[in-house]
Structure formats: structure tokens, C-alpha cells
Ligand binder design. Structure first.
Ligand SMILES: [Mg+2]
Length: 215
């Protein structure tokens, strides 16, 4: 699926790609509404509906991943709440094996995420993955989310990569399209972002369920 001799830079998304998106789904769709309902004296169902609408309005923007923004908007300490359920932060099966496989090669391996610095810190502390990466880049450093095709030019100012010799693995088709429009050659779709959700194969990109399929 990946012609490894033709790849010298590997870009990897975090949530849903290396880590189980169940944590994020559960956190935003259940845990935060539960706490928000309690704090505001409203029904949990009502809180969930209100919050899901509020989130949707920010999807694909940097605000969506900005924990300080949500702490202020919702009047809750979002980083502290994440820590309360950090046992749900899990590395997907075969990710460690894949990172070890990459580590044995001279390739540059970068974690490239829309996640906010505070989320990244919580997740790296929990999973101990940071040692596997040549570098880590958060979208907030570039100033735009990965969904924006201009993101990749910004990334290239931080990381020296040749787009025709670069691979990106992502669970978001929208981000894969954005990377393709910039000219990143080797694009892999992760079809099983959450351990609790269905496998959703992409019609536009080669899909994998687990990273052992690339080794
Ligand atoms: Mg993702």
C-alpha cells in the first residue's frame, strides 16, 4: 500500500489515527454535557442538544480544539475534566509496532495535530508516545487547522519535507483532501477512528483499520 523506498517523511495525525477517538467522543458528547447539566440545573438531554449544536458551529476551526475557548464558553475547567477521565485515552492496536518500525528507518516522523497544546500534553503524558517522533506540530502554531489547504505550506516552513516523498495518515477525509490539494503524495485513511464506532472505508483514499497493514 505504501512504497516505503519512496517515502522519507511520515506525518501522523493524533486523535482517531494513533489514539482512540472514543475518548474525545465520550468526553464531548457525554461527560461534558453531564457536568454542564449539573452545573446549570438543566436536563442532561437538553444540555447535550445545546452543546452539540454549539460544537457543530465551530467544527473545522481552531476554536473547536481550543480548550481555553471552551472553558470560557461553557464556564467549566475543560483540561481538569479531561484529566478526570484520562483512563479512556488509549493508543490504537499496532500503533507502537508501527512507530517502532518507523524508528528503525532514517525517516522523519512527525505528529501533526489540530489538538490544542493542553490536550497534546495530557495525551502525551498518558500514552508516552512523544519519544517516537522527530517533531510534534500543533495547528495553533501554524495559525490554521489542517482542513485549510494553506496549513501545509505553513507546515513546510517548520519541517523540511518533499511533498512527493511524504506520507500522511489521517482519519479525516476532509484533511486528506486538503493535503492532496497541496500535493502530498502518499495518503492513508484510517477507517476505524474509534474502538466503539463502525469501520468507515474511504471511497477516495486507501483505507486501513490498523497500522500493521502498512508494515
Ligand atoms: Mg483525527
Amino acid at each position: 500500500m505504501i512504497p516505503w523506498p519512496e517515502v522519507d517523511t511520515v506525518l501522523l495525525d493524533m486523535d482517531g489515527t494513533l489514539l482512540d477517538k472514543h475518548f474525545d467522543d465520550y468526553f464531548w458528547e457525554h461527560f461534558v454535557p453531564e457536568i454542564y447539566a449539573r452545573e446549570n440545573g438543566i436536563e442532561e438531554r437538553e444540555a447535550r442538544k445545546k452543546l452539540l449544536d454549539t460544537y457543530r458551529a465551530k467544527e473545522g476551526t481552531l476554536d473547536w480544539t481550543d480548550l481555553d475557548y471552551w472553558s470560557e464558553q461553557l464556564g467549566l475547567d475543560i483540561p481538569a475534566l479531561k484529566l478526570k477521565i484520562d483512563h479512556l485515552i488509549q493508543v490504537h492496536p499496532y500503533v507502537i509496532e508501527f512507530l517502532e518500525f518507523l524508528q528503525k528507518s532514517p525517516r522523519g516522523v512527525y505528529l501533526v495535530t489540530n489538538a490544542h497544546g493542553k490536550t497534546l500534553a495530557i495525551k502525551m503524558a498518558k500514552t508516552a508516545l512523544s519519544g517516537y517522533f522527530t517533531g510534534i506540530v500543533c495547528a495553533e502554531e501554524i495559525g490554521m487547522p489542517k482542513e485549510d489547504p494553506r496549513f501545509w505550506a505553513g507546515l513546510r516552513q517548520r519541517i523540511d519535507f518533499r511533498r512527493e516523498r511524504t506520507m500522511l495518515a489521517e482519519d479525516s477525509e476532509k484533511i486528506l483532501l486538503s493535503a492532496r490539494s497541496y500535493g502530498i503524495r502518499h495518503l492513508i485513511h484510517v477507517a476505524r477512528p474509534s474502538s466503539r464506532g463502525p469501520i468507515q472505508v474511504s471511497s477516495q483514499f486507501p483505507s486501513i483499520s490498523f497500522f500493521n497493514e502498512l508494515i
